[in-house]
Write a protein that binds this ligand. Sequence first.
Ligand code: AMP
Ligand code: GLY
Length: 422
Amino acid sequence: MKNSMKILVMGSGGREHAIAWRLAACESVETIYAAPGNPGIARVAECLSPGGSTPDHYLNLATELGVDLTVVGPEAPLVAGVVDAFRARGLRIVGPTRAAAQLEGSKVFAKQFMARAGIPTARSVTVDNVEDARKQLGAFGYPVVLKADGLAAGKGVIIAQSKAEAEQALGGLLSGTLVGTAGSRVVIEEFLAGEEVSFISLCDGKNAVALLPTQDHKAVFDGDRGPNTGGMGAYCDSRILDETMTWRIMDTVVQPTVNCMAAEGAPFTGFLYAGLMMTADGPKVLEFNVRLGDPETQPIMLRMQGDFAAVLAGEAAPAWTSDPSVCVVLAAAGYPGKPRAGDVISGIEEAEAGGATVFQAGTRMGTSGLETSGGRVLGVTAPGATLQQAIAKAYAAVGHIHFEGAHYRNDIGAKGLKRWAD
Ligand code: AMP
Ligand code: GLY
């Protein structure tokens, strides 16, 4: 690997800000570009418009800039085949091909794949019409989980508490009123109880190396109440999984996935995110994502040491600080419904003065300075000698930030504190 890398980061969220921020600290990196980026990313990278969202738009940009390596943040370009397009032109890119991205792009594909590969997951059936769906529902208890097959921006999973609720949701999904064509096939799945863990590995088609485990907070309100979001915060603490459990997950989930994808002619390269439920029967896969998580990446990047660019190039293993880290997401008024844009943001500098890092997601520059432009606006991220200290530092930083309508959870990391009482 040369020592003056030009790297392109695709995307515009908090995850991409954290990636670019970490790359900016790498000796081997000379220039970071982001497409399209955001005002926070612009602090560490040159932000450019790709001029469109197809693989060719990004390919043309990367070629023009002469980048050495491209990292893809979100799933949509991966599912659209951006990795295939880059590789066909001999460009290096971190991510799965279109065929391998089906693990996230189609829940039906993922469930059938897990059955073939013997990967532990919830019992399920797939349906494509209401009549069959009603019949199949009889084989499940309540609550029951209904999942739209296709990408639905986090809105495709419904946990129904009763038969009436399930039938109504199935009708909405299958008819297209809830999530459009993404719901033309639906997975009906048994409800699993337990704690969730986000387990992300970097894969090269044959081998996988795990990043640190994190726990996301999907529900919008404290105590895991209210509708699901993309994630209201996450913490990264090595105690989330002990070594035995980490190896069990590598042996029963990650490596079998990599092996079976390769055997089926779609080797998995890039970040494989296994959303796990830690059940009484062991870890089971709730979902695969084919990218880094958001907001999980923010606390993970805070703990990464060494040269991330070398890790991405497959030339070094990731190294970590031992201190836990916490990311609290500040969301805009209205989120997870339609978020309000245009609220002026203040206090980021003050928040960072105390040692937190504020990753930007839904922000833009307006006439009065930085303002909101999306649902999840900021990810206030801090390390601490203990989880408790990291939480205290993150919330102290949150206290400095203001925008009209801002809301956040007050209990990010609380489950960890309770588990370990530290
Ligand atoms: P998914 O997009 O499949 O990860 O689903 C979104 C969220 O729904 C997950 O993070 C879980 O909180 C919940 N969920 C999904 N599948 C199940 C399941 N089988 N049992 C319980 N909760 C689930
Ligand atoms: N935080 C969940 C995700 O990235 O899918």
